[in-house]
Design a protein around this ligand. Structure first.
Ligand SMILES: *[C@@H]1O[C@H](CO)[C@@H](O)[C@H](O)[C@H]1NC(C)=O
Length: 440
């Protein structure tokens, strides 16, 4: 595969393709800043024997490394950024993005810092539920000169399996569009003017930050009708319920009988001591005479809802004639408004590629960093340098899946030999049937 990787270097002048096929850092230089305790190494990813790539060897460290490009790449005629990333142990919390450093004479790789100005920051970043493939442009307003980070909204998700994936960002100067590809497939695309936040071209007006809600502003959309009066015949004191005068005491009601009587069969226990335990009283039992009667004891007339009940009177609600709507501050002209017709001419040229990250994971590999003006060139590198890795990793995955299925089958057979035997026979039969069909 090494020969295949080298082909990628034969791109035209504006294309930069950085790989680690030499087995060395190849000019990538660690920052001198003491913050970056993590040091990248060049190593072979598991299962990709012909590849050497830039590896994060230790978790829970800051890393800072960069390499100057042989010549600055100008986004004014499109910018295509791409790299391979393999997350051997996944990405639980950390960055795996590349900062495409702005071309400035003062920049040296050993001087890389967390605030080194970049033109584009692109790539995976994940922690807990936050999972995004960042695409951030540092755009300089042609009107105010202010530089602001413009973030792609709702960016694509990171591929977190352990296979090698290739991330591509395309910024087109021709029609001010962008696209993010993962493994050559477009995951998100649109207009540079619509999908970034804050917007590359700030709006014409903004809500006036000085404007305040007047103290007499009326917030209530509905009010109790002040003209409404309680009707004369509205009796607020009428009770909710009244005795049901139509109810009659059921025939056979035993007014004189209590609900419970002393248990005639109970006997005072022999060891009962009147002096210590007090006077013995037999326990109570339901009065047997009440069992077949409709009721015992005093009969009480039931209640029923009072048809005259109205409750407390309140005025009906009406639209508030004084209501002016939800208060909003007035719009004023936005001093930062601009209409940059060519924002890619205001993000700077790319002079270096930098990996400036912190991560809680280890074992990830960067490779095949591309900085180009051409989508076709990036596609060519994908085809020649990433596709062969995919073939190997897909084959390995299929092999492992087959092995796991085989092992599961074996375990099942050992657990229930008879049943498994039958299953095996059935499948053999099916296979033979299918083979026969195929031959026909
Ligand atoms: C911009 O042009 C490219 C091809 O050059 C095309 O694929 C893309 O759809 C266009 N995008 C917009 C938003 O016009």
């Amino acid at each position: 595969m090494r020969a295949v990787l080298l082909l990628g270097l034969l791109a035209t002048a504006s294309a930069v393709h950085l790989d680690f096929s030499s087995g060395t850092l190849d000019g990538w230089t660690h920052s001198d800043d003491g913050k970056y305790e993590g040091k990248f190494v060049v190593a072979t990813p598991e299962g990709l024997d012909a590849v050497t790539a830039l590896k994060v060897p230790e978790k829970a460290k800051h890393y800072g490394i960069s390499k100057l490009l042989p010549a600055a790449v100008d986004p004014a005629s499109d910018l295509v950024l791409q790299f391979d990333l393999k997350l051997t142990n996944g990405l639980s919390c950390g960055g795996a993005y590349i900062k495409f450093v702005t071309d400035e004479a003062s920049f040296t790789p050993s001087g890389l810092k967390d605030d080194t100005p970049y033109t584009v920051m692109f790539g995976p970043d994940k922690c807990g539920d936050t999972n995004k493939v960042h695409l951030i442009l540092r755009h300089k307003s042609p009107k105010t000169g202010k530089i602001e980070e413009k973030h792609l909204q709702s960016p694509p998700f990171v591929e977190t399996d352990s296979k090698t994936h290739v991330y591509t960002a395309i910024l087109r100067a021709s029609n001010n569009s962008y696209a993010v590809l993962v493994d050559g497939e477009e995951k998100k695309s649109g207009s540079l003017f619509d999908d970034f936040e804050p917007p590359i071209n700030p709006p014409e007006t903004i809500p006036d930050p000085e404007d305040k809600k007047p103290s007499d502003w009326v917030d209530e959309a509905r009010i109790a009708d002040p003209d409404a009066k309680k009707p004369e015949d509205w009796d607020e004191d009428a009770p909710r319920e009244i005795p049901d005068e139509d109810a009659k005491k059921p025939e056979g009601w035993l007014d004189e009988e209590p609900d419970e009587v002393d248990d005639a069969e109970a006997k005072k226990p022999e060891d009962w001591d009147d002096e210590e335990d007090g006077d013995w009283e037999p326990p109570k039992v339901p009065n047997p005479k009440c069992k077949d009667a409709p009721g015992c004891g005093e009969w009480k007339r039931p209640s029923k809802p009072n048809p005259a009940y109205k409750g407390k009177w309140s005025a009906p609600m009406i639209d508030n004639p004084a209501y002016k709507g939800v208060w909003k501050p007035r719009e004023i002209p936005n001093p930062e408004h601009n209409k940059d017709p060519a924002p890619l001419t205001n993000i700077g040229k790319v002079g270096a590629a930098a990996i400036e990250i912190w991560t809680m994971d280890d074992g990830y590999f960067f490779d095949n960093v591309v900085v180009s003006n051409s989508e076709a060139e990036a596609a060519e590198v994908r085809e020649k340098s990433w596709a062969p890795k995919k073939v190997i990793e897909d084959a390995k995955e299929a092999e492992e899946k087959a092995k796991a299925e085989e092992a599961a089958k074996k375990a099942e057979a050992e657990a229930a030999p008879d049943a498994a035997d039958d299953d095996g026979d059935d499948e053999d039969d099916k296979e033979t049937e299918e083979e026969n069909k195929a031959e026909l």
